[in-house]
Each structure stands twice: as C-alpha cells, then as structure tokens.
Design a protein around this ligand. Structure first.
Ligand SMILES: O=C(O)CCC(=O)C(=O)O
Ligand SMILES: [Mn+2]
Length: 364
C-alpha cells in the first residue's frame, strides 16, 4: 500500500526522527562550522573567478577567504560557510521581509486574501510584531503568516511548472549576488531566473522533494539561509536511500549541482541557533561605513532592523535561486510543452516518482 511504503522509506524514517528531535546527540549531524569526519572534504572554489571588488559589491568577503566543503558520495554538493561581510546579511533579510514580498512578486497570502488585505504587509505587521508579548497569545501578524514568495518565473504549486506568461523581473540585487556565488563555484553562465523564498518558524518543516521543474536541470540550484538554524536532510536519487543530516546556519550557502542537483532533500526541523542567543552573532555585526558606491547592499535603518530582528528571533528564511531555461531556450506553447513533457516522462519521471511537497508545512 502506498501509505505503508511511504512510512517505511528510509528518508521518511529519518525525517520523522528529526522532526521530533530535541537536540540530543548532535554528533550524527554534520556541522560545517566545525568540519570533522571523513565524509567532509574541502571544496576547491575558483579563486580568481570574481574580483574582490565584485565580491564587495555583493556584500561578500573575497573568495580567497571563503570556507567551502563538499561531501564524499555527493558530487556537486557544495557548502559555503557564511561568506557575508559583517552587516550585509541584514540587507537580504530586509529584502525578504520588506521588499520581495511586494507586488509584482507572488506569495502564499495572495491565495486566500484580497489585494487590499495584503497591501503593505510590512507596515501592517511591524508594530504588532514588535509589541508582541511572550506571555500572552496574540493574533499572528501577516509577516508571521507568510510561508513563501516566488520571484522571476513564478513557480506554480498546482501544476508544478513555470511558464512564460507568469514572469516578473527577477530582483537585480539577488541576481548579482547569485551570479558571484555561481561563478566562484565554476558556473560562470548561471542566470538567476526564478526564486522561491521560504519562511520558517520553529514549528515549520519542508517536505521531502526533488527540484525538477526547471526546464534545464544542468545549472546549479543556489540556497541562502538566514536567521535561526535548521536540520537539512540530503538523500539520494531514491527515497529508500538513507539521507545525511546537516545543520544550516545564518549566512551559509548551499549549492546543488551535477549529480546532487536531483537528490531528494527536506528540512524537518528549525532549531534555535547553536550560540544560544536570540540571534546568531553574525547578524548583529554593523555594516562597514565605506561600502563601494556601486554596492547592491543598502544600509538597513535601526528601525527596520528592529522589526527584522524580532521576526528572526523565531524564524529562518531561505532563498533558493534557480535558472529555469537553457541558454537560447524559450518556453514552448502549451501543446508542445505537454508533448515534450510526455516525450521524456518515461526516463525522467520514472526515476522521481514522488511529487514535490514543497510548501513549508506546520504540524500543529
Ligand atoms: O530551506 C531550505 O534549506 C531548502 C529549501 C528548498 O529545498 C527549496 O526551496 O526547494
Ligand atoms: Mn528544494
């Protein structure tokens, strides 16, 4: 029976284990901030692929200072420990909470609220969030109800497809950051065309899935994490392969490319950051006063940061950035798209029979 098989597969077993995990014996979880064990290997970044100036413009340390790792048996998986300059993570957090949630981008609240109700999510939420008392239960602000935002080619959760007529310009600052990261990992032609931002709270998780909706699956998938930490499970091409568990921390970047591009993965657990403070210390550092004039990083006002910080005390934000089309490729018309999907469904979908359950779900 399908349900019984689902219960039994190795990925689901570990997902359920970490969903309930309270932190006992973290030795089974890979922590790239303290790399140890035979499975973790140093990843050779392309040290001259981006100039120090372009790294600074993106709010990043020079590539020569980054610490990047791979995992034995997971070729194409790259983990970069927080390469952000002091203060620059705040820019991306503020963009995710204040700017990228605005129209024309699409978010989960659009599905069941009127455009008037969701106008100015930031403005409507900030006082509610900041005045929240820990002792009283209060209605959730719109920001706390936010689960996902899509950028560029907007992922359609029902059809699991992207389409030419559901596109709005991809944010140029995030495209620039993504380009620098992709270049440093050896993907100079990467184009940021679609983004999914996931907003997690301590009771959220992201189901087991493979990201396979992009029309060209050879470019890498980039993932940026901010705020509280998480357990990320990285599995195999099939769900009966037991995944490895790893921590993600604020500022860390993961790249899934090559063989690892189509691996099953999931986020079963959001954890308070391991430093034991309301916010990880990398988020509390001030931004340098002499940013390059053409930096994509904008200083975040104290007032805006207070709202972001309050939100992040109980949340994690993840931005994934994808290239959807191959160079010179365009979307086919609906009829041709359908026939193309059918044409390669035998060798493609046979391998990945699970559908992507992608919305952060709450087990409440
Ligand atoms: O939150 C994460 O680390 C993973 C996000 C993810 O897998 C996705 O958006 O496809
Ligand atoms: Mn994914």
């Amino acid at each position: 029976m399908a349900a019984a098989t689902r219960e039994e597969d190795a990925f689901r077993r570990l997902f359920r284990f970490y969903r309930r995990w309270e932190g006992s014996d973290p030795s089974g979880v890979i922590d790239f901030s303290k790399p140890a064990g035979q499975q973790v290997v140093t990843y050779p970044l392309k040290l001259t692929s981006i100039s120090d100036q372009d790294a600074y413009r993106a709010g990043l340390h020079p590539v020569t200072q980054w610490k990047a790792y791979g995992l034995d048996n997971y070729p194409g998986f790259i983990y970069i420990n927080n390469p952000f300059l002091p203060g620059s993570q705040c820019h991306w957090v503020k963009q995710c909470l204040k700017k990228y949630i605005q129209k024309p981008n699409v978010c989960n609240l659009d599905m069941h609220m009127s455009s008037e109700e969701i106008a100015d999510i930031w403005g409507k939420s900030k006082f509610q969030l900041r005045n929240k008392s820990a002792s009283k239960s209060q209605p959730k602000s719109l920001l706390e109800k936010l689960r996902w935002v899509t950028l560029g080619y907007h992922y359609n959760w029902n059809t699991k497809k992207y389409s030419a007529d559901n596109y709005t310009p991809f944010p140029s600052d995030l495209a620039f950051l993504s380009k620098q990261v992709a270049k440093s990992c050896g993907f100079p032609s990467f184009q940021a065309e679609a983004g999914i931002l996931n907003y997690y709270h301590f009771d959220s998780s992201l189901g087991i899935h493979v990201d396979e909706s992009e029309l060209d699956l050879s470019p890498p998938l980039l993932s940026f994490s901010f705020g509280q930490s998480s357990i990320f499970l990285l599995g195999g091409l099939k769900r009966d392969e037991t995944p490895v568990a790893l921590f993600t921390h604020s500022g860390d970047i993961m790249i899934m490319s090559g063989f690892s591009r189509l691996l099953y993965h999931a986020v079963p657990k959001i954890l308070p950051n391991l430093e034991g403070k309301p916010l990880p210390s990398s988020l509390e550092l001030p931004l340098s006063a002499d940013l390059p004039a053409d930096s994509v990083i904008e200083p975040c006002s104290d007032d805006d940061w207070q709202t972001c910080a309050r939100y992040l005390e109980a949340s994690r934000i993840n931005m994934t950035v994808r290239q959807v089309l191959a160079e010179d490729q365009s979307f086919l018309t609906e009829t041709r798209t359908e026939s193309k999907q059918n044409a390669f469904s035998t060798d493609y979908h046979e391998k990945y029979t699970e559908t992507k359950t992608h919305k952060p779900i709450t087990n409440k």
